[in-house]
Design a protein around this ligand. Sequence first.
Ligand code: ADP
Length: 256
Amino acid sequence: MSRPTQPTNQRLSPVREPIIRIAQVFKQYRVGRRDITALNGVSLTIDRGEWVSIVGPSGCGKSTLLNLLSGIDAPDSGTVDVAGQRLNGLSEDRLAAWRGREVGIVFQFFQLMPTLTILENIVLPMDLARNGSNRRVRALALLEHMGVAELANNLPSELSGGEQQRAAIARALANHPQLLLADEPTGNLDSHNGKIVVELLRDLWNAGTTIIMVTHDPGVATQASRVVSMRDGEIVDDIAHIEQGACIHSRSMLLG
Ligand code: ADP
């Protein structure tokens, strides 16, 4: 197994430009006769170039929030603006086209297509977006960057969990997305492979990708430049780490 590229030094973005702006978002689910409030008036702005962890107990609304950012789900009320697009009211077709262009998604259980080779898995999103002409060359370069190029012709089931997640990150990057959304990207990995994935994310962040990551792991969460804590469908804490070991509180502290 070859090693991924080593990260460069942390980049400090001089320009603050929102890439995500959600305002007063409410989302309920009807379960039987009960309405469950998943998001209760959430507002959040994330600048281009940030690496944000979203943390909080199970059921607090983290995945719902991530699904709103990718347009997989829609709010009952409130506005969702992501990567230059107001997502409210977009048709499924336009949402899918927008998502394919602007957003890369990494899942806890990788979700590679089991009957396609690793290389074909990376080419697929480029085919769907009709993006680029040298798709296999780009796919191979991405796999190389993730340290799994030698597995390009294998099926996902022939890879370890760590290798599958590195391939899944390559797939997420296939269409040069502005934004990477990761739902528990280390949740199904041992600590060694978890560290490799976190270093790959750091590498991408240093190269300018905006990353939003849901995680249960406090050690992983604090690798990000900002940690947003949720509870009961609300944001209760928002901490910006300006340097390793130092941080500033950027929002009122409601935990306690
Ligand atoms: P988390 O990711 O923090 O574990 P979720 O966003 O998955 O939380 O869920 C928030 C709340 O909304 C939970 O009470 C969950 O049971 C509920 N919920 C999420 N998705 C659905 C759904 N599709 N149908 C019904 N309830 C849901």
